[in-house]
Design a binder for this molecule. Structure first.
Ligand code: ACO
Length: 423
């Protein structure tokens, strides 16, 4: 089939069909409005493709996630975050030389301008670190205002390098400690842990278990095709806004509890269940009750309707890392019980609701000593290479146009203005 036929108001329209490299089918409707006057309506974009993309493939029914063709399971086991960032941005795994150069760039661009440290002083102590991060990332555009052509490549590296410094500074600010400068002898993830947890008075010893866990968490979050925040980055980028403004908007989109904010919401939910003490069945029942707004956070996904392959990896890793660190966390036990009960419950089975990546990531971050309000920031650090890769792909596509959806208007038809005294 190379075309689809639409029958509308007594007329037939021939719509071209495109096939993706994994066989997905798309009906091209970009001429539909000009030829028929009609538009398609798909709030939430469940059946709408916004672009062609060669970055990430997801098969939600089979639980498949691949970056540039490589299965997430292989990348999580054998790669590290810097290499995955390179893969997403440039399309291929780096050679040894490319890898060394990229890692050196990430190291040498990790400091932020000293003046930017003053910005942190202006935020109240309890400011949410996602607000600080999005403001800081937008502010980077004032320090690197160069023209796009000359600066995009270096700005990709600057952003990946600096985002962890900004995140760690936001944390240090929130707990009233002095900021810690990055060290050039440390890898990407080790450097982040150093800036988060070192204090000037004593030497901070990097724990390789934490470095490995952090690499894996960031890899699992690195891209997820046209999700809410990535679509936001593309949307903003489509207006030719600069890379810092575009990424800052992605951070804001990620913040919401239905998206990246879910990892914080999961931990808060598990804590609430623990504090409540009356067992998890009550919460399962509330999640099923249509008159109750409570949902099981960390359950369900727009795309994965079978299982989330990232959750499978993290479930195992959470247990291993807690064992290795010698941490026992009652919230992990509650999480497992909740998962077991929900997976047997007809409501969840019928709706194909499974734990998503965020169900276990919070447990891991907590074991690593990362506070709950930083969880979504961790997600943002991980997702950054994906956002950048999509922004780059959009800008390199000569056929891309400004994103401008249509609507079906449901308001008043024309009416006459009434002066205020006669209303
Ligand atoms: N708990 C209870 N019921 C749920 C849940 C949940 N977590 N998720 C979905 N449902 C129910 C809905 O009420 C709906 O039931 P109905 O058909 O009887 O009306 C049905 O399952 C379908 O759910 P939708 O909300 O239509 O699914 P959608 O694809 O729009 O939403 C989402 C997906 C936002 C992830 C949703 O499942 C949810 O809110 N989950 C909790 C938040 C969460 O974990 N978000 C993280 C997503 S992963 C990520 O961003 C990395």
């Amino acid at each position: 089939m190379t075309s689809a036929r639409l029958h509308l108001d007594g007329k037939d329209y021939e719509l071209p069909v495109v096939r993706g490299s994994e066989g997905e089918t798309g009906i091209v409707i970009d001429q539909l409005r000009s030829s028929s006057g009609a538009i398609t309506l798909d709030p939430g974009f469940t059946s709408t493709g916004a672009c062609r993309s060669a970055i990430t493939f997801i098969d939600g029914a089979k639980g498949i996630l691949r970056y540039r063709g490589y299965p997430i399971e292989q990348l999580a086991e054998h790669s590290d975050f810097a290499e995955v960032a390179y893969l997403l941005l440039y399309g291929e795994l780096p050679t040894q030389e490319q890898s060394a150069a990229f890692r050196a760039d990430l190291t040498y661009h990790s400091m932020i301008h000293e003046d930017m440290k003053k910005f942190f002083e202006g935020f109240p102590p309890n400011a949410h670190p996602m607000a600080i991060l999005s403001a800081m990332v937008a502010s980077l555009s004032t320090y690197y205002p160069g023209t796009e052509e000359e600066s995009n490549e270096i700005n990709f590296v600057r952003l990946i390098a600096k985002v962890r410094t900004l995140a760690a500074y936001a944390y240090k600010k929130s707990i009233g400690q002095p900021t810690i400068y990055p060290r050039n002898d440390l890898s990407y993830c080790a450097n982040f842990l150093h800036m988060m947890f070192a204090v000037p008075a004593e030497e901070y010893v990097i724990n390789p278990v934490l470095v490995r866990a952090l690499n894996m968490l960031l890899i699992l979050h690195a891209d997820h095709e046209q999700n809410c925040s990535t679509s936001t980055v593309r949307m903003v980028g489509s207006s030719r806004a600069n890379i810092f403004a575009s990424i800052s908007s992605g951070i804001c989109a990620l913040w919401g509890p239905l998206h990246g904010g879910a990892n914080q919401a999961v931990l808060e939910m598990l804590q609430m269940i623990a504090d409540d003490g009356s067992g998890y069945q009550k919460w399962i029942d509330r999640a099923k009750d249509k008159d109750d707004s409570f949902r099981l956070m960390g359950f369900g996904h727009r795309v994965y309707k079978n299982y989330d392959p990232r959750a499978t990896i993290l479930r195992k890793m959470a247990a291993d890392v807690l064992d290795e660190l010698g941490v026992s966390d009652p919230l992990l036990d509650i999480a497992r019980d909740l998962e077991r009960v929900a997976l047997e419950d007809e409501y969840f089975v019928e709706r194909n609701l499974y734990p998503n990546v965020d169900f276990y990531s919070g447990i891991l971050y907590r074991a690593m000593g990362i506070p709950t309000n930083m969880f979504t920031v961790m997600f943002a650090i991980g997702r950054l290479p994906g956002w950048l890769a999509h922004w780059k792909e959009l800008r390199e596509d000569d056929s891309s146009r400004i994103y401008r959806p249509r609507q079906i208007y449901t308001g008043y038809t024309e009416r006459t203005y009434q002066p205020i005294e006669s209303r």
